[in-house]
Design a protein around this ligand. Sequence first.
Ligand code: CP
Length: 319
Amino acid sequence: MDVPVAATALRQRNLLGIADLSPGEIVLVLDTAEAMKEVGRRAIKKVPTLRGRTVVNLFFEPSTRTRTSFEIAEKRLSADTLNVAIGTSSVVKGETLVDTAMNIEAMSPSMIVLRHASSGACHLLARICKAAIINAGDGMHEHPTQALLDAFTIRERKGRIGGLKVAIVGDLLHSRVLRSNLLLLTKLGAEVWVCGPATLIPPGLDRLGVRVTTRVDEAVEGADVVMMLRIQLERMEGGYFPSLREYFTTFGMTDARLGRAKPDVIIMHPGPINRGVEIASEVADGPYSVILDQVSNGVAVRMAVLYLLAGGADDETVA
Ligand code: CP
């Protein structure tokens, strides 16, 4: 059965970051994801679009949402998928990222979905691999498919992105989700506020066209969208704040704080959630939360990215 979309391909061979996408290309991905979401509502959730293509999922860091939704997306598009288990691969014997990738490349995959702790790892592989590289999160740099699924979810709920007030609160310093979202939301004309402890605000954020504050009430006031970011304890060596309890008291999202936002606010979180640290359970599980919608939409958005990188409607295998 056909994918019901008349899309053109993206200009680039790889998806390394939102930085490389024009506003028109971002909208193309979101529009294509709408059609892919329709495939997910069918009884048989499968189209032959990537039949005969092999996609390798290469995750050097833990993942639940991104890895599983890429795999489901690949299967729904009929690709042959392979998950490399890093813990039982020759990486544990000291094989480098480049050697690992070159050996996988020798088996002629069409695409490699890479998550790696080093910022720029995807750019490195894109220079040496014939396979298309999709960034599934590289260090503190970018997580482009997360920002695309976030934008898809906002547009689905609000009908637009331009002109909305989006407050992003949390660990701004270590977040690749923040970087990709800032690039995307400002490209599409949102008014973006960012908020966190001064120790977790990277220098230069104000030069990216966003408002920066350490006062969470100011960020949330009148917001259409509140996006909470995880406190990334695994990337913190020093003490960025006195205690998790104090962090929650000062920055954690509660029903009372959310009351300052617009009455139809949506609350987002890329996951995994630290309940009682950056967000109260009453908010995460409450009526304004779209956190699980973000996860559902991740499949459609990743299908769209895979489809468009494979050539979109210009590709002879799209049938
Ligand atoms: N949002 C996100 O990247 O979650 P995972 O780490 O579980 O993939």
